[in-house]
Design a protein around this ligand. Structure first.
Ligand code: GLU
Length: 527
């Protein structure tokens, strides 16, 4: 593939008020994906990885994987490992990253803290950043007033008026502070988006962003700009939710005296109701698709066809074919709908058209039809076997995507409203669980039973049905452990949807009430 060079950006201050970012120089293409390891590996991450890769490949460049784990309270190593392995499963591989290293490492932000501290000092010296000592109470008041006056809620610049001496005094007295980015009072920031053309955002719409938190950790904005620069990223290709943050980033580049990269903001994947793709409405974890028996080539193809059409309109294509003809300007700007039915249709075509029967068999064996997986089910089923042929009907719910059942079976003998309540609480609790094994699952349900003052047996009946399709089935906690978090959570969500369709689910009001009750009784916030 020909190595082509690309233009990158330069600043021109058109006047005092307008900061314009235009492209001037030539450089080698380097793209990046920068997932935050705060949960299951998201299909949105795979979507960004695919387009970053296609773009880098098309131009003979490289794609970097950087772990953005500056939010220490939410980042976990398990999530990082899961993101890396699911992207590898999809075949969306990076050239530099925390696992394989590279010239510009470390590639994990928590290992780069000193770099950010130095950078913030530079910004303070250049007059682009300032310390802010405002308390949460004061910030709340300002916000309230601004909302009342129908203004955009943003920091009012109060601490900008502090003198050097006052700042020193406060720091010495041990007052807590953050660093904020100093946003111009008036004018606008203009930049070129590779997909959308010229974008102009008024500075009055941009907040004085916190760039270093009171714990000394940088926020996303600062860390990602510093890293994109040091990692020589030429093109930042990311989700459109970051478009309004781009002026802050461009201002940071100016503060550092660095040339900014090119920007392209891709439309976000959407639920069928057009809302942003969310786990409450759709399985969003890549692991779900793996566990539910999809094959990686079909998932990648589907992600590709959601944002891009090949020049010859063909529907079946792989990363290589996509990269060959990739032109970011041809990406569609409409929010692509993630439609599982369409993905299933495409997956079926792959099984029939792209793989031989023997290859399909090999895939099945590697998936769940293997002695290891079946061997874990067997001890659970043994008690109930008379003949070998009894095994598969009993085990089928651990092998299929989702079981069939009636609403009466799901509602069981519990009072109306109770199954939905229990399923919802379990859905929230299961999101907080740190290890997905029999013991943790058992104590989680024990806790729900105790808190709800019901017998364990009583509360489990809707779960038996939601998970296995039947009230009589293999032991529940072992089954959940074997099924894995993504399939299990999806089945609970489906059960809740079924109850809602039948009018015995949670109303909007009921859900609000339950959220409050849950926060009180279980002492947890809901994400
Ligand atoms: N850590 C950010 C995220 O997970 C990355 C955004 C970006 O690509 O700049 O959304």
């Amino acid at each position: 593939m020909a190595r082509s060079s690309f233009q990158t950006s330069e600043f021109v201050r058109r006047s005092n008020k307008i900061l314009v970012c235009v492209r001037l120089h030539k450089m080698t293409v380097r793209t990046r994906i920068a997932p935050s390891p705060t949960g299951s590996p998201h299909v949105g991450t795979a979507y960004m990885a695919l387009f970053n890769l296609a773009f880098a490949r098309k131009h003979g460049g490289k794609m970097i994987l950087r772990i953005e784990d500056t939010d220490q309270s939410r980042s976990t190593k398990e999530s990082e490992d899961a993101i890396l392995s699911s992207l590898k499963w999809l075949g969306l591989c990076w050239d530099e990253g925390p696992d394989c290293g590279g010239e510009f490492g470390p590639y994990r932000q928590s290992e780069r803290i000193e770099i950010y501290k130095e950078a913030i000092q530079k910004l303070v010296d250049a007059g682009y950043a300032y310390p802010c000592f405002c308390t949460a109470e004061r910030l709340n008041e300002v916000r309230k007033r601004q909302i009342e006056n129908k203004e955009t809620p943003r920091y009012d610049g109060h601490c900008l008026s502090l003198s050097k001496e006052e700042i020193e005094q406060k720091m010495q007295a041990g007052e807590k502070y953050v660093y904020r980015l100093k946003i111009p009072d008036e004018g606008a920031c203009e930049f070129e988006d590779e997909l959308r053309g010229k974008v102009s955002i008024e500075w009055s719409q941009v907040d004085h962003q916190i760039i270093q938190k009171s714990d000394g950790f940088p926020t996303y904005h600062l860390a990602s700009v510093v890293d994109d620069y040091h990692m020589k990223i030429s093109h930042v290709i990311r989700g459109e939710e970051w478009i309004n943050s781009t002026p802050k980033h461009i201002l940071l580049y100016e503060g550092f005296g660095w040339k900014p990269p090119s920007f392209a903001h891709l439309p976000l994947l959407r639920n069928p109701d057009k809302s942003k793709l969310s786990k409450r409405k759709n399985p969003t974890s890549i692991d779900y698709y793996k566990d539910a028996g999809f094959i990686p080539e079909a998932v990648v193809n589907y992600l590709g066809m959601m944002g891009y059409t090949l020049p010859d309109q063909r529907e079946i294509f792989d990363l290589e074919e996509m990269s060959e003809s990739f032109d970011i300007k041809r990406m569609s700007l409409g929010g692509p709908i993630f439609d599982i039915a369409k993905l299933k249709w495409l997956n079926g075509r792959y099984l029939r058209e792209k793989l031989s029967p023997d290859e399909v068999l090999q895939r099945m064996l590697a998936w769940k039809a293997n002695p290891e997986f079946l061997g874990k089910i067997l001890p659970l089923a043994l008690q109930r076997l008379e003949t070998l042929s009894d095994f598969f009907p009993l085990a089928q719910f651990l092998l299929n995507d989702a079981p069939e059942y009636t609403i009466d079976a799901l509602a069981g003998k519990l009072e109306p409203g109770i199954p939905a309540k229990l399923l919802k609480i379990a859905e929230w609790e299961l999101e907080k669980i740190s290890s997905w094994d029999r013991e943790s699952l058992s104590s989680l349900f024990q806790k729900i039973a105790e808190t709800e003052e019901l017998k364990l047996k009583q509360i489990l009946s809707p779960f038996f049905v939601a998970i296995s399709g039947s009230t009589v089935s293999l032991p529940l906690f072992d089954s959940l452990a074997l099924l894995g978090p993504d399939l299990a959570r999806t089945r609970i969500r489906i059960a809740l949807e079924k109850l809602a369709v039948e009018g015995v689910g949670l109303s909007k009001k009921g859900l609000k009430k339950l959220e409050k009750e849950y926060a009180q009784k279980y002492g947890n916030r809901i994400d």
